[in-house]
Design a protein around this ligand. Structure first.
Ligand code: 1HE
Length: 276
């Protein structure tokens, strides 16, 4: 694997199974086709500073060859306390806008990049931490997880894409409530309203995420591409444009050699059946 060029995320010439790369605030471990990323600032509750945001963006902009899925989790007792508030105390409006754009670029590398990304959430999933979680494609929450958007209490606004992604996830009304009243949702409530896709006992999140990652990695690459890149656009397109885009994607998918091999495998009794 070529070393990752960004100095915040260093590659390593070790064999894939043992391969790790890390920066001061982001640890990256390779487990076969899965890259396991940990926010690694537990002493600051994984508060997201510029270096950490840059390291995340750099990883997802150029994932190591052979990696097919990523997991994002947090070291310590919390997933993330959100924006590192000390980063913005001296910024003027222009610097604040560029700061938000830095987050947008990094999180778009996650949401619209080449890898399906599974987040493992525990403890505080606050502010920018929730924005990071919402940029991932699948969310596994442990029972300790809780969700808040205390921007109103800090006098600021979301800046990491939260106002675009969170209303689509939980509805505008719930996000408005969180931001106006400081409402905190528990893990159970988060599961009910759609913040998480899976809810597990404390300490069980990573095992489930690895299990899910193996399933994602076993899909045809073209299907994963379509789910990441075509599906969100079709879901937001006008009906007729959506139907047409779906037709085009469907046509391309059936022509894929991988699809042909998989279809024949099923028809010849060589593929697993779908069990309840
Ligand atoms: C921080 C941050 C932070 C902790 N920025 N330094 N986010 C918030 O408003 C959440 C603020 N944090 C908290 O409410 C609490 O820290 C926690 C509930 C997450 C954890 O509490 P606890 O008791 O385990 O830890 P602590 O003692 O509060 O924090 C440990 C250290 O981390 C301490 O620093 P220390 O030098 O005194 O040890 C804290 O100051 C530091 N710390 N959270 C900076 N967020 C793109 S826009 C996004 C906008 C937002 O994200 S707004 C939400 C910001």
């Amino acid at each position: 694997m070529p070393p990752i060029k960004n100095p915040e995320v260093r590659g390593s010439p070790m064999p894939p199974e043992a391969e790790t790369s890390s920066s001061a605030f982001l640890s990256v471990e390779r487990r076969g086709a899965v890259a396991l990323l940990h926010l690694a600032r537990p002493e600051k509750r994984n508060a997201l500073n510029d270096a950490l945001i840059t390291a995340l963006g750099a990883f997802f902009a150029a994932p190591p060859e052979g990696v097919r899925v990523a997991i994002v989790a947090g070291h310590g007792a919390h997933f993330s306390a959100g924006l590192d508030l000390s980063d913005i105390t001296e910024k003027d409006a222009t610097a604040g806008m560029f700061h938000s754009r830095l987050w947008h670029r990094a999180f778009r590398q996650i949401a619209e990049g080449t890898l399906p990304v599974i987040a493992v959430l525990h403890g505080a999933v606050i502010g920018g931490g929730l924005e990071l979680a919402s940029a991932c494609h699948v969310r596994v929450a442990e029972r300790s997880a809780y969700y808040a958007l205390p921007e109103g209490q800090r006098g600021i606004f979301v800046g990491g894409g939260g106002s675009v992604r969170l209303p689509r996830l939980i509805g505008l009304s719930r996000m408005t409530d969180m931001m106006l009243t400081g409402r905190v949702f528990s893990a159970e409530e988060g599961q009910t309203i759609g913040l998480s896709n899976y809810l597990v006992e404390d300490g069980a999140g990573l095992a489930l995420a690895l299990d899910l990652a193996a399933k994602v990695a076993a899909n045809a690459p073209l299907t994963n591409f379509a789910v990441l890149h075509a599906l969100p656009r079709i879901a937001e397109a006008d009906r007729e444009g959506g139907f047409l885009a779906e037709t085009l994607m469907a046509g391309i998918s059936v022509a894929d050699q991988e699809a042909k091999a998989r279809l024949h495998a099923f028809l010849e009794g060589r593929a697993a059946k779908i069990a309840p």
